[in-house]
Design a protein around this ligand. Structure first.
Ligand SMILES: Cc1cc2nc3c(=O)[nH]c(=O)nc-3n(C[C@H](O)[C@H](O)[C@H](O)COP(=O)(O)OP(=O)(O)OC[C@H]3O[C@@H](n4cnc5c(N)ncnc54)[C@H](O)[C@@H]3O)c2cc1C
Length: 412
């Protein structure tokens, strides 16, 4: 397609990571870039949540890639980890580790050290115009970077003060996190305990209460709750990434990790690819299909397999991971292997499409194969523990005292 914007304005919908990455590259190349953001600031979708930028979908360290694209990784705070506590469903704890960087924890939100504000600063310095509190029709934009639309899964977390050292713990547990996992991240005296629900639940807050109770029992947290956070993830594979001349990037384009929900790297990468395509470097559709879609598909196939199993399957995965680490001496190998398309995964794809995804025509005419929010199972209903009930009461007190909630829990 020959675009007619060589000297004209470029309009980007959404000032999240994907939109800001695209805007920075375009503005640096002299384009007149306008970013339209419905919220009052970049990162306002979040509120101090910690997230991990993964380093396993490519052999290249993501920070090296960012530097190559001209992004300054010192613009935001990040903490690199090469080891985690992997908590198996039967509470056994093992330690996947690598000599390199497995992932980096960054903060999301509107504080100046967050990745969102770092990318905002870089976009502004490059000369992009960001219009906050602004609406624009997607049809009037060149790049659609508006994030998730619907929910395929949700996550709830609590942020607290703690005296515990920095740590990342990752728990595969079908009871506390139906169909998914929970995690504990502590950075410099601030902790986040989060549980992800990949099956839709009523009274969803109780999963977080019970998860907090579990971590409190197993880690010396001395926890002082501050606020609760969360959000939704939209998992769907569109049939095309360029539609009527518009490029769909990040989660708006379904460029998100179906397996664990690690979407930041896809968001930034696709934002960069869209900008480079506008600058004439390559064809966006082709580049995304070569570079990102195989990873998203592999993650969808893994998700399909994960949806079939409960704790027994999770235990198997945790054991496989540790066996692989023993054999290869590097815990990151297993994660890399999970994203390699391979013959078996490829053979499973037609089954995944039929068994897990539902075809949907979006209002803009695009067709997407979405993963619907799965229904709850009988085993998701259980009696809360005494400690979890107390944590709920404690949270009510924090809330009355001004503790904020950035993502609404579902009602009972
Ligand atoms: C609780 C939670 C935990 C997560 N943890 C991780 C993690 O550990 N690691 C990881 O890599 N990923 C994680 N993710 C996923 C990651 O946050 C997203 O995949 C990533 O932020 C997507 O970036 P984006 O630019 O596509 O969308 P966003 O970051 O959502 O940005 C989209 C922007 O568009 C704006 N917008 C929406 N609609 C409009 C409109 N109509 N007009 C104008 N603007 C609009 C929004 O306000 C937003 O600012 C997590 C997500 C959640 C919810």
């Amino acid at each position: 397609m020959i675009r007619n914007i060589v000297t004209e304005e470029v309009h980007v919908l959404g000032a999240g990571l994907s939109g800001l990455a695209a805007a920075t590259i375009l503005a640096r190349s002299g384009k007149n870039v306008h970013v339209h953001e419905i919220r009052e600031d970049s990162g306002a979708r979040f509120d101090g949540d910690f997230q991990g930028i993964e380093n396993w979908t490519s052999e290249v360290d993501f920070f090296d890639e960012l530097a190559e694209w001209g992004f300054d990784t010192n613009e935001f705070k990040s903490d690199a980890f090469g080891i985690i506590d992997l908590i198996h469903p039967d509470d056994v704890v093992t330690h996947p580790e690598t000599d390199g960087v497995a992932f980096r924890v960054v903060e999301r939100g509107t504080s100046s050290h967050t990745i969102d504000q770092g990318f905002k600063r870089m976009a502004l310095e490059a000369g992009a115009n960001i219009h906050y509190g602004s609406r624009r029709a997607p049809e009037d934009c060149d790049i659609v970077a508006a994030g998730p639309r619907e929910s395929s899964a949700v996550a709830y977390g609590e942020i607290f003060e703690t005296t515990h050292r920095n740590i990342v713990a990752f728990q595969l547990n079908d009871k506390l996190a139906p169909g998914a996992y929970s995690y504990l991240i502590i950075i410099d005296g601030i902790g986040l305990i989060c549980t992800c629900l990949w099956r839709k639940q009523r009274n969803s807050g109780r999963y977080l209460d019970e998860t907090i109770a579990w971590y409190e029992e197993n880690y010396d947290l001395q926890r002082k709750p501050l606020k609760r956070v969360g959000g939704k993830g939209d998992f769907g594979l569109p049939t095309k990434y360029e539609h009527e001349g518009r490029y769909y990037v990040g989660e708006a384009g379904g460029l998100q990790d179906f397996m664990w929900g690690f979407g930041m790297r896809y968001a930034i990468t696709s934002g960069v690819l869209s900008a480079k395509a506008i600058l004439g470097d390559f064809d966006y559709e082709k580049e995304v299909r070569n570079r990102l879609v195989p990873l998203v598909r592999a993650s969808a196939i893994n998700r399909f397999l994960m949806n079939r199993v409960g704790d027994r399957g999770f235990k198997m995965v945790a054991n496989m991971w540790m066996r692989d680490q023993k054999r290869n001496g590097d815990g990151l190998n297993f994660m890399r292997w999970l994203y390699k398309p391979g013959l078996i995964r490829r053979a499973l794809w037609p089954m995944v499409k039929i068994g897990m995804l539902r075809r949907k025509v979006l209002p803009d005419g695009r067709i997407v194969h979405r993963m619907p929010f799965r229904k709850s199972l009988n085993r998701d209903i259980w009696e809360p523990s005494e400690r979890a009930r107390k944590i709920r009461e404690e949270w009510k007190g924090v809330r009355k005292g001004g503790g904020t909630l950035s993502f609404q829990e579902s009602e009972s």
